[in-house]
Write a protein that binds this ligand. Structure first.
Ligand code: MLT
Length: 383
């Protein structure tokens, strides 16, 4: 097969991925249009007419001015690629002038700066109130619980793309737009908050998807309210409680943040939160992450650190999980190493384990397309 035909196939794969995962309909309305900038194709083994092939497409770079997809072609059933391509797109307006990608497009990859107007509401849960984004309708719901020190905005790609499911993404106490109560809370209180939120939204049961600290909350939900959970997605998280060294580390972080503010935490955490390739190639993700961390109050950060420091160990709980479970991690996670996540998955009867390439601790932000595909397939398997 000649290179031009191969490029056409790759292009088809790119458009399919983009159309499935971003609001491409919003292009062409005066906002601009993505145009091909550069394509580099390396063919290591000829692809013949009649060969059955699989094209894997990954987003590897995104900034306001350029997005790049890396694609690999495999013969069906083989793991060594026969060709690889890097394709970059830039955005032009109707006059063909270069411009930044529309905010709505960047939002769909979880990295935009602005809220969708009206997307956040405040829901009363007893004497407490939670900021929450709810997308979609229907009985099939997914509750997305964010990690530390982040907020609901880390789920943007998934909340805009997993149509067909009601997507509920709250801010935990003291994070994002949810205020911090006057008294210290425990992770178990956050689990009760989540159930109060489901009640307030009239949602009987939901699939619970928690990342890292959100996973600690998911474990507490399972311990306390298992009848409200139809499936579990445990992303970049672990079941073990903090050991002595980790607790000491929490105290040091509390001291640092109290003395020097949230920017010091951003400096300390960003290199650990992101995988090396994301740190080098995804400046918008780094910026988005820094914004989320520095917009969190010192009190909110300190309260979350104290709650995590004293959380229960959930290792013994794992064997009791008898609902469909997906354990998801990033190959370059420096906070919860792949091995730890894999061991955890082995202890959950029937759990599926997926490790995402070129991602660190924040898989949904670093590899949004791969993660939404894996989560989308898991959710479909539950129907
Ligand atoms: C998180 O991402 O939520 C935190 O890294 C969890 C933790 O510090 O244990």
């Amino acid at each position: 097969m000649d290179a031009a035909s191969l490029l056409k196939l790759l292009q088809r794969a790119w458009w399919t991925v983009a159309a499935n995962h971003s609001p491409l309909g919003e292009f062409g309305l005066g906002d601009g249009w993505p145009v091909l900038k550069k394509s580099k194709l390396d063919i290591s083994d000829p692809v013949l007419v009649g060969d059955r092939i699989v094209v894997q497409t990954k987003l590897v770079k995104r900034s306001e001015s350029e997005i790049m997809f890396r694609q690999a072609i495999f013969r069906e059933g083989r793991s060594d690629s026969v060709a690889e391509a890097d394709t970059s797109f830039e955005c032009v307006d109707q006059l063909g002038q270069r411009r930044a990608f529309p905010e709505s497009f960047l939002n769909s990859f979880g990295i935009g700066k602005h809220e969708t107007p009206g997307s956040v509401r405040h829901v009363s849960v007893g004497n407490w109130s939670s900021a929450v984004e709810v997308h979609g309708t229907g009985a099939d719901a997914v509750l997305f619980i964010h990690g530390f020190p982040l907020d609901r905005r880390m789920w943007r790609h998934l909340t805009s793309t997993l149509t067909g499911w009601k997507r509920i993404a709250p801010d935990l106490r003291g994070m994002g737009l949810t205020r911090l109560p006057d008294t210290q809370y425990a992770i178990a209180d956050l689990a009760d908050d989540m159930v109060g939120l489901l009640d307030a939204l009239g949602q009987d049961r939901a699939v619970v998807c928690g990342l890292s600290m959100g996973g600690y909350v998911a474990f507490e939900m399972w311990r306390r309210h298992s009848d409200r959970i139809t499936g579990l997605i445990l992303a970049n998280t672990k079941a073990a409680a903090d050991d002595r060294a980790a607790r000491r580390g929490r105290d040091e972080t509390i001291k640092l943040v109290t003395q020097e503010g949230p920017a010091s935490l951003a400096d300390q955490m960003i290199p650990k939160l992101l995988g090396t390739s994301s740190l080098n190639a995804m400046p918008r993700v780094v910026e988005h992450l820094r914004n989320m961390i520095t917009e969190t109050s010192v009190d909110g950060i300190v309260a979350a650190l104290k709650a995590m420091k004293s959380r229960s160990d959930s290792t013994q709980l794992l064997s009791s999980i008898d609902i469909p479970t997906l354990v998801l991690t990033g190959e370059d996670d420096k906070i919860v190493p792949v091995g730890t996540a894999k061991e955890m998955a082995k202890k959950i009867p029937g759990a599926q384990f997926v490790s995402i390439a070129e991602a660190g601790h924040l898989t949904p932000l670093e590899q949004p397309i791969a993660v939404s595909r894996v989560i989308g397939e898991f959710l479909e398997s539950l129907r």
